[in-house]
Ligand binder design. Structure first.
Ligand code: ADP
Ligand code: ZN
Ligand code: ZN
Length: 676
């Protein structure tokens, strides 16, 4: 019998496959297959690797060739579509295949191999299939919802949809009905539902579980324990799990019988992974749907410009919900409060305080949104001008009053607030600006009898505390909620009739061209928390107050009338003129070194080493907007092209050159960067 060899990828930055001999003893027990996991010697260690090819000869010299140690035989091979997805992601985002494929496999398998598997199989066997509970209630769909569901369930092969529905228009109901239709059609069908952040959108998970009490539903997200992750992943791999609910990582789940993919809040920036393989889970979801020839639904009240443009060109089909689903629930009235010429009370305008008082009188809830946690974003000495800058970052340290701490939100470093100014000894340090803690303090001064609840990363650091806070709101045990973007998304608060937005202006003048798009969708999202139910007789109409110094800004003017569509057309026209995405394509090389000069020099050299410049624009290397973080200085080089293919071709030629460079500078390449 001829000897067998397998080509294996491992989780290493080295961009190639490794050949191993597949010993006859193993072959007599189990012949190797593409997609199986093997344990192999690698350097001085053993590693779990993935077979990507089986062959009868090898170019590796006899004495350099090592044997496969074992094969993880009690695991079915990962399917070919999954491997193709990993290959595509690796190629497109310029990472080694092993660094894409292996990290998506539960750590327990990669470190503990067969033993972990054995235990997990046992646990899975013992786990009962969910008992069929009481029959769930399905609301009668509105005509627009029914139309959308009809389109989705009667799709012919690959069909991407943009489900453009205002907040509260009942997008979830469309997902649920579509899922039901697909699961009914085939007994082994699986569906994938993706959400930006599972902890921030517990309602969707709850709705899915209530609607499908008899189905096996599993979640995939970063807060699972390794044991849970392994179990859920195996359940997906074997086809037992029929509904997969997860965050961006779920797009790499090894489901082999997918027949529908839903991406909820498709515009959300958290679909873009910010480290390692910097992929866009939304884009991969669409790729996967095309590969599997199935429909994919991209839902949002503020679709991304990318999806919008695809809709305009007819690549994606538009499904629209113009009205809120609950009878009489109307979109809130948006008001701009010009704060450029008025005295604020601890950060709050008279209009806002007045509006909150009206809510308190009627027993309704108010929500104040500001994207700054802590007490004050910076402390200052008025005598000499000292400010609380972080020594390690180009950022200020934020004052956290409860612990009398200055804390840098970028590198995490902390110190006690000095009693007197460190430079001049002045005892009177001033808190500048407002964070959630300070607003909370102002509120308890102004409304001593109100029940005030703060929700931000500091108040919810303990496991389960966010859920407790959300329950408090739903029970009606909070009158005023102050929070960061943690509470902007998805929540269905029933008794909320006022939303105040504090300090959104900073995003208007950001050098990041996507900042205004993000601000707009955030405003619409947070506004969408108000007025979600029937207006009570005698109650207040639901309102959103935006405190701004620039009420005439076109972004606010568009937000006033919920005119997303018009605003998007304007943004798209600007982007087209400037050749920016979605009309141009970008890749960003970032470098990090002890000194900015070194980082910049690395990038200049990298730019010079580009073998082929056809069809691409190479910009000058520049320091990053946040230049220093944790004592490392960072610079970036932006590459642009009007053609995705030209950019990809150039990157394919260039990356091997970059990988070959000997340098102490740490670098990263990001394709389709979200922030530049
Ligand atoms: P979205 O995700 O579009 O913001 P949701 O799916 O949260 O909106 O729906 C908003 C509210 O409308 C929910 O309370 C939901 O139960 C309700 N709803 C949805 N569809 C219907 C319907 N056809 N009839 C009555 N209520 C509905
Ligand atoms: Zn001073
Ligand atoms: Zn810092």
């Amino acid at each position: 019998m001829s000897c067998l060899f397998v080509q294996v990828v491992l989780d290493t930055p080295l961009d190639f496959c490794f050949d191993y001999r597949y010993p006859a003893e193993l072959a007599s027990v189990q012949s190797p297959q593409i997609g199986q996991l093997v344990v192999v010697p690698f350097g001085r260690r053993t590693e779990v690797g993935l077979i990507v090819n089986v062959k009868e000869d090898t170019d590796v010299e006899e004495d350099k060739l090592k044997d496969v140690i074992t094969i993880l035989s009690d695991m079915p091979p990962l399917n070919a579509e999954w491997l193709a997805l990993c290959r595509f992601a690796a190629g497109y985002y310029q990472r080694p295949l092993g660094e894409v494929a292996l990290p998506s496999i539960p750590k327990k398998i990669r470190t503990n191999g067969g033993k972990a598997l054995e235990r997990a199989w046992k646990a899975l066997e013992k786990q009962d299939m969910p008992a069929s509970g009481k029959s769930p209630v399905r609301p009668q769909l509105h005509p627009a919802q029914q139309q959308a569901v009809d389109a989705i369930v009667h799709s012919d092969g690959f069909s991407p949809y943009v489900l453009y529905g205002v907040t509260g228009s009942g997008k979830t109901e469309i997902y649920l009905h579509s899922i039901e239709a697909f699961l009914r059609r085939k007994t082994d069908a699986q569906v994938l539902v993706m959400v930006p952040e599972i902890n921030l959108t517990p309602q969707l998970e709850k709705s899915v579980r209530e609607r499908f009490p008899q189905e096996c539903i599993v979640t995939l997200h970063s807060r699972l324990t390794e044991t849970e992750r392994l179990r859920n992943w195996l359940s997906i791999l074997t086809g037992r799990a029929r509904i997969i609910l997860g965050t961006r990582m779920a797009v790499l789940a090894p489901a082999s019988r997918l027949c529908l993919i839903v991406v909820d809040e498709e515009h959300d920036p958290s679909y873009k992974q910010q480290e390692g393989l910097r992929y866009s889970a939304r884009d991969l979801a669409v790729w996967r749907a095309r590969q599997l020839d199935i429909p994919v639904v991209l839902g949002s009240a503020t679709p991304s410009l990318e999806s919008w443009q695809h809709m305009l060109t007819g690549h994606y089909t538009r499904l629209e919900l113009k009205e809120r689903a609950v009878a009489d629930a109307v979109l809130p009235l948006i008001r701009l409060v010009d704060i450029s010429r008025q005295q604020l009370n601890g950060g709050l305008s008279d209009d806002l305080l007045q509006a909150m008082r009206q809510r308190l009188e009627k027993g309704e809830q108010s929500l104040l949104f500001l994207n700054r946690r802590g007490y004050a974003p910076v402390m200052m000495c008025e005598a000499c001008g000292w400010i609380s800058a972080c020594d390690r970052c180009s950022a200020y340290m934020v004052y956290h009053k409860a612990h009398r701490l200055l804390r840098c939100h970028h590198c995490g470093c902390e110190r006690t607030l000095p009693r007197v100014c460190p430079d001049c000894g002045n005892a009177d340090l001033q808190a500048l600006g407002h964070g959630t803690q300070r607003i909370e303090e102002t509120l308890s001064g102004s409304f001593p009898d109100a029940r005030i609840l703060r929700i931000d990363a500091d108040s919810t650091s303990r496991k389960g505390s966010l859920q407790l806070a959300l329950d408090t709101i739903h029970r009606g045990d909070a009158d005023i909620i102050v929070g960061t973007q943690m509470i902007a998304k998805g929540h269905d608060f029933r008794n909320l009739t006022l939303v105040g937005v504090i300090n959104p202006d900073t995003s208007l003048f950001s050098q990041d061209y996507r900042a205004s798009e993000r601000l707009f969708s955030l405003l619409i999202q947070v506004a969408g928390r108000a007025g979600r139910t029937m207006h009570k007789p005698g109650g207040n109409a639901s309102e959103v107050l935006i405190q701004t110094r620039y009420p005439a800004h076109p972004l606010y003017q568009a937000a006033l009338s919920h005119r997303y569509e018009q605003y998007v057309s304007e943004l798209l026209a600007e982007r087209k003129n400037a050749g920016l995405p979605p009309f141009g394509y970008q890749a960003l090389l970032t470098a990090e070194a002890r000194s900015i000069d070194k980082a910049l020099a690395f990038l200049s050299e990298a730019a010079e080493s580009i073998p082929e410049r056809y069809g691409v624009i190479i910009n000058e290397p520049i320091p990053m907007a946040m230049m220093r973080v944790a004592n490392m200085e960072r610079a970036q080089l932006l590459i642009e092209s009007a053609s995705r293919q030209a950019l990809q071709r150039m990157l394919k030629l260039w990356l091997p050159v970059l990988r070959g460079k000997k340098s102490t500078v740490h670098w990263q390449i990001e394709v389709d960067p979200m922030t530049i």
